[in-house]
Design a protein around this ligand. Structure first.
Ligand SMILES: Nc1nc2c(c(=O)[nH]1)N[C@H]1C(S)=C(S)[C@@H](COP(=O)(O)OP(=O)(O)OC[C@H]3O[C@@H](n4cnc5c(=O)[nH]c(N)nc54)[C@H](O)[C@@H]3O)O[C@H]1N2
Ligand SMILES: Nc1nc2c(c(=O)[nH]1)N[C@H]1C(S)=C(S)[C@@H](COP(=O)(O)OP(=O)(O)OC[C@H]3O[C@@H](n4cnc5c(=O)[nH]c(N)nc54)[C@H](O)[C@@H]3O)O[C@H]1N2
Ligand SMILES: [Mo]
Length: 763
C-alpha cells in the first residue's frame, strides 16, 4: 500500500459568507482593498514608497501579471491595480520567516496549515536545510548549501537525472545564466510554468504564424474595431487590461466576451486611473456575451467559420480577405472542405448557445476588419487546447486581421516574465539555432536531446529516473496536476531545492534532503561588486524593459537569483568556459552575452536604458509568415471536444479567485463572484443542483473520473451560480488533486486543468 501523503491544502472550512455579485469591477472598493492589504502587510510609509515606484520608468516591474505598461503616458498615481498592489504587498511584507521560525515550526506541523497561513508567515530570510530524516529545517551557510547541491549533482549517474524548473518571475539575466549553467552541466531538463500555462498557445501560433508569441501591441487596442475576449478573466488576473478595453470602447470599438461565467470585470468597469469615474455606474465593456459551455469553443468557432463561409458563398468578396489569403496563407481549400464534415446542429449542443446569438457574433466579425482576439487559460488548459487557438487563427486569417494596426493575436501571459524566460532559453526543447549560438558564444557542447517538460518531469521523478529537483521560484507540488501523485514524485527525490521568496507547500513535501534558498524580490535593491544593478523583463507584447527595486532587502542574507546561479555553477561545474563570478559583478556583462546569443537584443544595454525599453522583432506583427514550415500563414483543421459525460457527471474547470496569485493565497474572498471567506467551494448551475438533490452550501465530496482511475477531493460547499448546465468550477490549487497527470493537451502536453470530469457526492 502506498503511504498517504498529505500534500493537499487541509480540508478545514473557514466560514463562508455569500453576498450579491457586484455589478461593476474596480472602483473605490478595489482601491480600498489594495490599500488595506498594503497597510496591513507592509506598513504605510514603506507602502507608499512601494506603490510610487511600481511600473514607473525608473521603478520596478509589477510581479503581478505580464500585461504591458503604456509606451508613452504613465498614470499620475502609479501604474498599478488592486491585484498588483496585493502582489507587491505580499513580497514586501513586514513578516519574516527566520531560522527561529523554523525551530518552532516542524515540517510535519506546517503541512497542516492552509496555503493562506503558509503565505502569511512572511519572507524567508536565511538559507535553510532539512537533513535526511529530520522534521525541522536548520540554518545553513550559502557556501555549504552550494557545496551540498554541487556534490549531489555530481553524484548522479547522468545529468538527465536532475530537473531544473522555472516559474515565470525570474528576470532575463537570471534566466539566461540559469539555462547556461544547466546546459553546461549537461541536460535540457528545463521544464517551466509555461508548460502548464500558454504552451498550447506557443505550439498553435508557431505552427500557424511562425512565432509562439502574440502579435499585437498595447496601441492596437486604440485602433481595434472588435476585441474578442475568450477564456480569460482580466478583471481579476489582468486588471490593467480593462483600461485598454475601455480605450477600444471609447473609440467606438465593440467587445465580444466568450466565457462560461459572466465575469464581473468584463461586464462593467470603473477605471482606477480615473477617479471621476468611480462614482456612477461605470463603463459597460461587453457588447455581446456568449455564455459558452466549458470546452465548447472549437464547436462555437466552427459554427462561426461555417456561417462566414455561407455568407461568402452567397456574396463573394464580402467576407473573406482574398488578397491577404492569396498572398500570405496556405491551406484555405482544405480548411473549407473540412468544415463541410461538421453540421451546425451537431456542433450547437456543445456550445450551449443559440444559433441566433452565434449569428450576431459572426455578423460582428464579418462587419469589422480590425479584430483582436485575447485569450488565456480558458482556452489553453484542455485536451484540444491547441485546436482552440488554431481555430481562432483561422478566423483572423480569413479576415486578414493580422499583421496590421488594430488587429491580431493576444495570448495574455500570466507570470510577469514568463515570456522573457522562454526568450532566454528556458525550455526543454530550444531550437537548434539557439543551441548553436550558445555553443559558439561559450565554446562548449550543449546537450541536444530534448529534456523533460513538467508532466514528463513528474513522471520521471515518480519512476525514480530523476533524483534531484531544483525549483527557480514557483510552488511545484501545488501548481502541478494530480497532487498526490506529484507529491510522491518529489518525495522520491534524493534532494529538492527551492529558490523562493515565500514559504510554500513545496518546501514541506520534500526529497530525502531539502534546501530553501531565499532570494531578493523585484521590489528590493540588488547590489553587486560594481554597485546597484537593475534587471530586465519582457512583457506579454514583447517589450523588453528594465526593473529596479528601491526597498532595502528584508534580510542581509538574501542573494539575487543571478548570484544564486553563479554560486551553483561555481560549486558544480568542474570544467567551465565561463567566468561566472565576473558575469554577476555587473549585469551589463550578462546582457552583453545575451546580445551575442539571442536575435533582437542588439545594443541591449543601451536600448534597455531607454524610457520604456524596446520591442523585440515579431514576424507576425510585420505581416511576414516566412518562419512557418510552409513559409506562409497556415490554415489548420481542428477538432471539437470529444468529452462525453455519463449520467451524474460534470465538467469541472479549476480557476483563480480574486484573492490569490496562483498558489499564493492573499485572502479568502472571491469578491467579484460574491463568495467571502471560503475557498473550498464548487460553483454549480441551480438546475443541476436540483437534479442532484443538492441545496446551497451542502457539503460534498468530489470524485474525478479519467480512464479507469478515480481521484478524490473532500469537503467542498455547493454554491449556486450563473454557469451553464453540466459545468462546474472549483479553485486552483484545492482541486488539483483531481486533475489527472495523464490527461493532457495534444502537442503541448499541458494538463487539462479546465476539463476535469467529476461526480459529486453529498456527505
Ligand atoms: N491576481 C492574479 N493575477 C494573475 C494570476 C493570479 O493567480 N492572480 N495568475 C497569472 C497567471 S500565471 C495566469 S496564466 C493568468 C491566468 O488568467 P486567466 O486565464 O484569466 O485565469 P483563470 O482563473 O484560470 O481563468 C480562466 C477563465 O477562463 C474561463 N474558462 C474556463 N474554461 C473555459 C472554456 O472552456 N472556454 C472559455 N471560453 N472560457 C473558459 C473561466 O471562466 C475564467 O474566466 O493570470 C495571471 N495573473
Ligand atoms: N488546476 C490548475 N493548476 C494550475 C493552473 C490552473 O489554472 N489550474 N494554472 C497553471 C499556471 S497558468 C501556472 S503559470 C502555474 C504556476 O505555477 P508556479 O509558477 O510554480 O506557482 P506560483 O504559485 O506562481 O509560485 C509561487 C511561489 O513563487 C515564489 N516566488 C515569488 N516571487 C519570486 C521571485 O521573485 N523569485 C523566486 N525565486 N521565487 C519567487 C514564492 O516562494 C511563491 O511561494 O500553475 C499552473 N497550475
Ligand atoms: Mo500562468
Amino acid at each position: 500500500m502506498t503511504e498517504e501523503i498529505n500534500a493537499q491544502p487541509p480540508e478545514k472550512l473557514t466560514g463562508i459568507k455569500l453576498v450579491k455579485v457586484p455589478e461593476t469591477s474596480v472602483g473605490i472598493k478595489a482601491i480600498k482593498s489594495a490599500l488595506t492589504q498594503i497597510k496591513d502587510e507592509v506598513g504605510v510609509v514603506k507602502g507608499i514608497k512601494l506603490l510610487k515606484n511600481l511600473n514607473q520608468y525608473d521603478g520596478f516591474d509589477c510581479p503581478g501579471c505580464a500585461w504591458p505598461d503604456p509606451d508613452a503616458k504613465r498614470a499620475f498615481l502609479a501604474e498599478y491595480c488592486e491585484n498588483g498592489a496585493k502582489a507587491v504587498a505580499e513580497e514586501a511584507t513586514k513578516n519574516k520567516v527566520s531560522p527561529q521560525f523554523f525551530t518552532t515550526n516542524s515540517v510535519s506541523e506546517m503541512t497542516k496549515w492552509s496555503d493562506y497561513e503558509l503565505c502569511k508567515s512572511g519572507r524567508i530570510t536565511h538559507p535553510m536545510y532539512l537533513p535526511e530524516g529530520k522534521d525541522y529545517y536548520e540554518e545553513i551557510s550559502w557556501d555549504d548549501a552550494f557545496q551540498l547541491i554541487g556534490k549531489e549533482l555530481n553524484n548522479l549517474t547522468s545529468p538527465d537525472e536532475a530537473i531544473f524548473y522555472t516559474s515565470g518571475r525570474t528576470s532575463n539575466e537570471a534566466a539566461f545564466l540559469y539555462q547556461l549553467f544547466v546546459r553546461q552541466f549537461g541536460t535540457n531538463n528545463l521544464p517551466d510554468c509555461s508548460n502548464m500555462c500558454h504552451e498550447s498557445s506557443g505550439a498553435a501560433l508557431t505552427q500557424t504564424l511562425g512565432i509562439g508569441k502574440g502579435s499585437v501591441t498595447l496601441d492596437d487596442f486604440n485602433h481595434a474595431d472588435l476585441v474578442i475576449v475568450i477564456g480569460q478573466n482580466p478583471g481579476t488576473n489582468h486588471p490593467r487590461m480593462l483600461t485598454a478595453l475601455g480605450e477600444t470602447k471609447k473609440r467606438g470599438g465593440k467587445i465580444i466576451t466568450v466565457n462560461p461565467l459572466p465575469e464581473v470585470g468584463l461586464m462593467n468597469f470603473k477605471d482606477p486611473q480615473n477617479p471621476l469615474k468611480w462614482i456612477g455606474s461605470g463603463q459597460e465593456l461587453t457588447d455581446l456575451f456568449l455564455q459558452i459551455k466549458i470546452n465548447g469553443d472549437v464547436a462555437l468557432l466552427k459554427i462561426i467559420l461555417k456561417l462566414m463561409k455561407e455568407k461568402e458563398t452567397e456574396k463573394p468578396g464580402t467576407v473573406f480577405n482574398h488578397q491577404f489569403i492569396k498572398n500570405k496563407t496556405k491551406g484555405l481549400e482544405n480548411m473549407l472542405l473540412d468544415l463541410d464534415r461538421y453540421k451546425i446542429e451537431d456542433l450547437l449542443p456543445q456550445t450551449g448557445l443559440s444559433l441566433d446569438t452565434i449569428q450576431k457574433a459572426t455578423d460582428m466579425i464579418i462587419n469589422n476588419d480590425k479584430i483582436i482576439i485575447c485569450w488565456a487559460m480558458g482556452l489553453t488548459q484542455h485536451k484540444n487546447s491547441v485546436d482552440n487557438i488554431r481555430e481562432l487563427v483561422n478566423i483572423l486569417l480569413l479576415k486578414g486581421s493580422i499583421g496590421k494596426k488594430g488587429a491580431g493575436t493576444c495570448p495574455v501571459r500570466g507570470h510577469s516574465n514568463v515570456q522573457g524566460d522562454r526568450t532566454m532559453g528556458i525550455w526543454e526543447k530550444m531550437p537548434t539555432k539557439f543551441l548553436d549560438k550558445l555553443e559558439e558564444t561559450f565554446q562548449f557542447q550543449s546537450p541536444r536531446k530534448h529534456g523533460f517538460d513538467v508532466v514528463e518531469a513528474i513522471e520521471a521523478m515518480h519512476q525514480k529516473k530523476a533524483k534531484i529537483f531544483f525549483g527557480m521560484g514557483g510552488n511545484f507540488v501545488s501548481a502541478t496536476p494530480d497532487t498526490t501523485f506529484t507529491a510522491k514524485a518529489l518525495q522520491n527525490c534524493d534532494l529538492t531545492v527551492h529558490v523562493s521568496t515565500k514559504l510554500n507547500r513545496s518546501h514541506l513535501i520534500h526529497g530525502k534532503q531539502a534546501l530553501i534558498l531565499p532570494c531578493l524580490g523585484r521590489s528590493e535593491k540588488d547590489y553587486q561588486v560594481s554597485g546597484a544593478q537593475f534587471i530586465s523583463v519582457e512583457n506579454s507584447m514583447g517589450v523588453v524593459h528594465s526593473s529596479q527595486g528601491h526597498l532595502e532587502p528584508v534580510s542581509k542574507k538574501l542573494l539575487s537569483e543571478p548570484a544564486i546561479v553563479v554560486g551553483l555553477a561555481n560549486a558544480t561545474l568542474k570544467k567551465t568556459t565561463v567566468n561566472w563570478t565576473k558575469l554577476i559583478s555587473n549585469y551589463d556583462l550578462i546582457r552583453n552575452k545575451i546580445e551575442k546569443v539571442i536575435p533582437g537584443f542588439k545594443n541591449y544595454n543601451k536600448r534597455v536604458r531607454q524610457k520604456g525599453g524596446f520591442y523585440l522583432p515579431n514576424n507576425a506583427r510585420d505581416n511576414n509568415f516566412k518562419p512557418t514550415h510552409t513559409g506562409k500563414a497556415n490554415f489548420t483543421l481542428n477538432k471539437p471536444s470529444d468529452i462525453e459525460l455519463k449520467e451524474n457527471q460534470f465538467i469541472m474547470m479549476t480557476i483563480r479567485t480574486h484573492d490569490q496569485y496562483n498558489t499564493t493565497i492573499y485572502g479568502l474572498n472571491d469578491r467579484y463572484r460574491g463568495v467571502l471567506n471560503e475557498r473550498r467551494i464548487i460553483f454549480m448551475n441551480a438546475k443541476d443542483m436540483k437534479k442532484q438533490h443538492l441545496k446551497s452550501l451542502d457539503l460534498v465530496d468530489l470524485k474525478s473520473h479519467f480512464k479507469d482511475k478515480e481521484r478524490f477531493a473532500k469537503g467542498f460547499l455547493v454554491v449556486a451560480y450563473d454557469i451553464p448546465e453540466q459545468c462546474t468550477a472549483t479553485y486552483f490549487p484545492e482541486a488539483n488533486v483531481l486533475v489527472p497527470i495523464t490527461n493532457v493537451a495534444h502537442t503541448s502536453n499541458t494538463p487539462a486543468s479546465k476539463t476535469v470530469i467529476i461526480s459529486i457526492e453529498k456527505r
